[in-house]
Design a protein around this ligand. Structure first.
Ligand code: NAD
Length: 331
């Protein structure tokens, strides 16, 4: 099946090609993001394969449909970049990758937590510059601290299990309790109680209208003073301006993010030779107690291999008229 693959980096191209070796779909790699301006590049492609910062809104979907597209496959778990209801109306199937190494993201979230708490990136930069001073590098033991996990699904539960191993007390917030979280001794509470009691807050719920800016000025006013916030889920969960204010007052003791509300125009590209006009991200990276990475939590050999294999399998199932196992729930 002819498939336009948007946001195709070199690793996407080589790994998707490998995964496609037996299936034999005709893959057309496009480096650009899918937008209203680039949708025409998928002319005649029955399938379109996208990633997290492609904008698959109602008008783009209508254009894709008019050009012959009948399935959109996202190489991600999150699907907030796709208007699933509009796709359903047009009769375009939408599939995602529900089961790829949740360890990749959970382990990275722990890495970010350690990096921001123990100032590992700052320390490494210092020693490269011949500075072996410890001033300003003090962190705190995670052992004995309270960790609040918002979204205790696959990734959140693994994150919780790792932190349980560190000797942390676990609080959770979720619309659907997970027995695996409770088996670790995790206790479900409301967001205000979680914010007030946690030394570390880690976000692992999807971005929905109901979770947009779940961390905002009001909820940040209620956090335990000096708490660390980790976000590896979606940028839109955090009101970034409010987080900056909380960092300035010391209400937040540190912030570690792999995702950012306005990441679409920044992430997955080398902008090191350009003037970055996004003042919010520039302000964020200027804080000594902020760690920013560019949406790489999923980026392990295991996870990418599964993402590519599942994506190709979904395309083959669709082409053969078989049931789709990873269909996105309707909007
Ligand atoms: P999952 O579906 O297994 O878990 C999500 C959990 O969030 C579920 O338990 C669900 O009940 C809960 N939830 C839904 N609405 C909620 C709400 N209003 N409040 C609290 N909890 C709520 O998904 P997962 O595989 O654990 O992935 C979680 C998220 O991680 C994805 O949605 C995606 O945004 C993000 N993610 C990020 C990366 C990355 O590279 N940074 C990679 C993969 C996934």
């Amino acid at each position: 099946m002819k498939t336009a693959v948007f946001s195709a980096r070199r690793y996407d191209q080589s790994l998707l090609t490998q995964a496609n070796a037996r299936a034999g779909h005709q893959l057309v790699f496009i480096q650009d993001r899918l937008t209203a301006d680039t949708a025409r590049l998928a002319e005649g492609c029955a399938a379109v394969c996208v990633f997290v910062n492609d904008s698959v809104n109602a008008s783009v979907l209508a254009q894709l449909h008019a050009q012959g597209t009948r399935i959109v496959a996202t190489r991600s778990t999150g699907y907030n970049h796709i208007d699933a209801a509009a796709a359903e109306k047009l009769g375009i199937a939408v599939v995602r990758v529900t089961d790829y190494s949740p360890h990749s993201v959970a382990e990275f979230a722990v890495g970010l937590l350690l990096a921001v708490n123990r100032k590992i990136a700052r320390a490494s930069a210092r020693t490269r510059d011949g500075n072996f001073e410890l001033e300003g590098l003090m962190g705190f033991d995670l052992h004995g601290k309270t960790v609040g996990v918002i979204g205790t699904g696959k990734i959140g539960a693994i994150f919780a299990r790792i932190l349980h191993g560190f000797g942390c007390t676990l609080l959770g917030h979720d619309v659907t309790p997970n027995p695996a979280f409770e088996a670790l001794g995790g206790r479900y509470v409301g967001v205000p109680e979680l914010m007030a009691a946690s030394d570390v807050i880690s976000l692992h719920c999807p971005l929905f209208e109901s979770t947009h800016h779940i961390v905002n000025a009001q909820s940040l006013a209620g956090v335990k003073r000096g708490a660390l916030l980790v976000n590896t889920s979606r940028g839109g969960l955090v009101d970034t301006e409010a987080a900056i204010q909380a960092l300035k007052t010391g209400q937040l003791g540190g912030l570690a993010i792999d995702v950012y509300e306005q990441e679409a125009s920044l992430f997955f590209q080398d902008l090191s030779s350009t003037v970055i006009t996004d003042d919010v991200i520039q302000r964020l990276v200027s804080f000594p107690n902020v760690v920013v990475t560019g949406h790489q939590a999923f980026f392990t050999v295991e996870a990418i291999g599964q993402i590519m294999a599942t994506t190709i399998a979904s395309l083959s199932d669709f082409e053969a008229g078989r049931p789709l196992h990873h269909r996105v729930p309707e909007g």
